[in-house]
Design a binder for this molecule. Sequence first.
Ligand code: COA
Length: 223
Amino acid sequence: MTELGPVAWPPAPIRTERLVLRESEAQDRAAFIELFASPKVRTYLGGPRPRDELEREVPELPGRRPGLFVIDLDGAMIGAITLDRRDAERPGHIRPDAGEAELGYMFLPGAWGCGYAAEACAAALGWFAGAFPGEPVVLCTQTANDRSTHLAAKLGFTEVERFEEWGAEQWFGVWSPVASSGLREIRPDQYGHPAPPVRPHVRPGSPARKPKRLGSLSNASIG
Ligand SMILES: CC(C)(COP(=O)(O)OP(=O)(O)OC[C@H]1O[C@@H](n2cnc3c(N)ncnc32)[C@H](O)[C@@H]1OP(=O)(O)O)[C@@H](O)C(=O)NCCC(=O)NCCS
């Protein structure tokens, strides 16, 4: 995982109708541990991590790095969203030089089914469109992860390809600010730069990919 790149970070907290996207704080530590220890959250992300291990390893101030937004509902963390650069050695690219911005998301199960993930991700994409005008964002999630593929489609991601990784079929999609005019927060007239053409890129002679135990977003450092 590579960090997002030159951008003023953190941005001022982003307020949506019900949520705040903000930098992490020490009070979020328990929620970070819960996210990574939850079998439900981690079903498609390589499985839960042992809680005692997390208690030992998660720093006092977890998740404080460019590209990681804590999602706050009424003062409490309910999830996290990441925007990172996609590793070149992983499958799934739309640029010859790789390093695409990639969206990841994890929400506590108690916050599922309320539209919070869609609301927060739309705001994060809106922020990204302002910070990196015209740049597309990619997303990779297991095909079996129905909630996630549904959310991806709702946000305006469209399928580029599918491939096997970590022993499961992955759905790889792309979002561009121009194409996603359906989102309230992101208007093409607001970010009037044409998005670069999007097409899957297969690099000839790519080295064999290292299998990784953990899935999307789980690669993101929480330290
Ligand atoms: C993927 C994940 C974020 C999806 O969360 P979610 O709560 O299902 O997603 P949404 O925010 O889209 O909300 C879903 C439903 O809330 C309902 N809802 C209830 N009240 C609502 C409101 N006020 N506004 C909007 N939707 C509302 C809607 O019915 C919506 O479903 P719909 O799109 O069919 O209308 C969540 O399942 C998760 O954290 N999974 C574990 C981590 C993971 O697998 N991440 C993927 C790797 S990137």
